[in-house]
Ligand binder design. Structure first.
Ligand code: GLC
Length: 451
């Protein structure tokens, strides 16, 4: 009897300890909701190829992305691994990279610790196919990036691919038709047995990313293969939170169309409206994630800032990608774009950081975010008559001002909204931000619709 009682007490105590140590999603993710803007880094063995292998461009296969080159050109494993051996980023400078992110106004960073090709960016005890054992690099790349993140106050996170073109548990589907159908749909070599082996490998590696680098964001990918189930993903999700209770994990850990925790991951698009879960749109800055020498289709700073504003107004985060070269350099065009974004944010950041989805998000001239009693209006298209109709929100206004200079603007309060006088206002070519500050508890919504 005594024994049973002791057992029961132990179970209760254990359950409580677990209950206390387990943080809620809100507690884990609040910093991220406020952060809004992060840097995605695609970097690995493929970066040295820059989208070309033996004179052939990854454009001649599918997908065309430079990080998919092994698949796009069906490069034999032995040949690709030889390329990986040459990984030698002589110009790598972690401080410089993270400084670019910091100056751009980014608050977190997610780097590919292992992409689909299976090559690991850190010295992993679970494989030789990594920067140290395979490519002979003594630099602890992830460690240095992590340290620089600490210095600049940026949260460090890691991307990790579920599919793995190198691990012996998997093999591309045959016959080869194209990269997506064969490598994208990679199969298990030996059914459940291979999966078990591979999950053990993943868990070991993910624990390394926590123990060595204290990764706070886990960004999975490759969840689409048939053999990876919702249950596999949820099990991995639980495993990670036990090891790293304050981490956040993207929804591709399980099945992206069915699992929405901790955040959804629309890729290269922005949902048209508010979603009822946290989300982050990831975007390329040209047309590839990994470095591609001949891809010069760079977006403009205006396009990028407006993407960030649009996403913020709908309650999401913006994860913007850079693809450093094999030598370890972030392309100049990316650095230039990020600098301009940073300059804009240094003056107008109040309209982005810590804001929430606004019920007046969509306006014909731009986008709206909100923080407490303040609405932030970002004007993409200046009205010709220089009168801005802020439709749908009215009430007792305390002041209206231009965010960049603090200059007060005159306005009229109407039944269906506020009309702001823009005469003499200097336009910002990226977006002009205005703050409409209401008296506490004096906001009235006219209509939820947009105009
Ligand atoms: C895709 C691609 C991949 C890229 C990722 C970023 O799933 O497979 O190359 O890393 O999207 O979201």
């Amino acid at each position: 009897m005594n024994k049973i009682l002791r057992y029961i007490v132990l179970v209760i105590v254990f359950a409580n300890i677990k209950g206390f140590s387990q943080k809620t999603l809100d507690e884990r993710i609040q910093w991220y909701r406020d952060a809004k803007f992060g840097m995605f880094i695609h970097w690995g063995a493929y970066s040295s190829l820059g989208g070309y292998w033996k004179g052939k461009s990854s454009n001649s296969g599918t997908p065309k992305y430079a990080e998919w080159i092994q698949a796009a050109l069906n490069i034999p494993k032995e040949e690709y691994t030889k390329e990986a051996q040459k990984f030698n980023p002589i110009n790598f400078d972690a401080d410089a990279w993270v400084k670019v992110a910091k100056e751009a106004g980014m608050k977190y960073l997610v780097i590919t610790s292992k992409h689909h090709d299976g090559f690991c960016l850190w010295n992993s005890a679970y494989t030789d196919y990594d920067v140290k054992d395979w490519a002979g690099q003594d630099t602890d790349f992830l460690g240095q990036i992590k340290e620089a993140c600490k210095k600049y106050g940026i949260v460090f996170g890691t991307y990790y691919s579920i599919i793995d073109w190198h691990h012996p548990s998997q093999k591309p589907k045959t016959p080869y038709t194209n990269g997506w159908d064969s490598y994208g749909q990679i199969e298990l070599v030996n059914g459940e047995k291979s999966k078990k082996e591979y999950i053990k490998y993943m868990k070991g590696q993910l624990k390394e990313l926590i123990d060595k680098y204290d990764s706070k964001i886990f960004w999975f990918d490759g969840d689409w293969v048939k053999w990876w189930s919702m249950e596999d993903g949820m099990e991995l999700y639980k495993y990670l939170l036990e090891l790293q209770p304050d981490a956040i994990i993207n929804n591709r850990v399980a099945k992206r169309n069915k699992f929405f925790k901790d955040f959804g991951t629309p890729e290269n698009f922005t949902p048209g409206k508010k979603l009822d879960y946290d989300w982050e749109s990831c975007y390329t800055m040209n047309s590839s994630w990994g470095f591609k020498k001949d891809d010069h289709s760079w977006k403009t700073p205006k396009k990028l800032i407006q993407e960030l504003i649009d996403i913020s107004s709908k309650g999401g985060n913006y994860l913007l990608n850079v693809g450093p070269t094999g030598e370890g350099i972030i392309p100049d065009a990316s650095v230039k774009n990020l600098k301009e974004m940073g300059e804009w944010l240094s003056k107008n950041g109040a309209s982005i950081y810590n804001t929430i989805f606004s019920n007046a998000a969509l306006q014909k001239w731009g986008r709206v975010t909100q923080k407490g009693n303040t609405y932030y209006l970002n004007i993409f298209n200046f009205p010709k008559n220089e009168e801005l109709e802020f439709y749908g929100v009215t009430g007792e206004v305390k002041e209206v001002k231009l965010l960049e200079t603090g200059k007060k603007l005159s306005y009229k309060v109407r039944k269906e909204g506020i009309v702001i006088d823009l005469k003499g206002v200097d336009k910002n070519p990226l977006s002009t931000a205005i703050a409409v500050v209401f008296e506490p508890n004096n906001i009235k919504l006219y209509d939820k619709g947009s105009k």
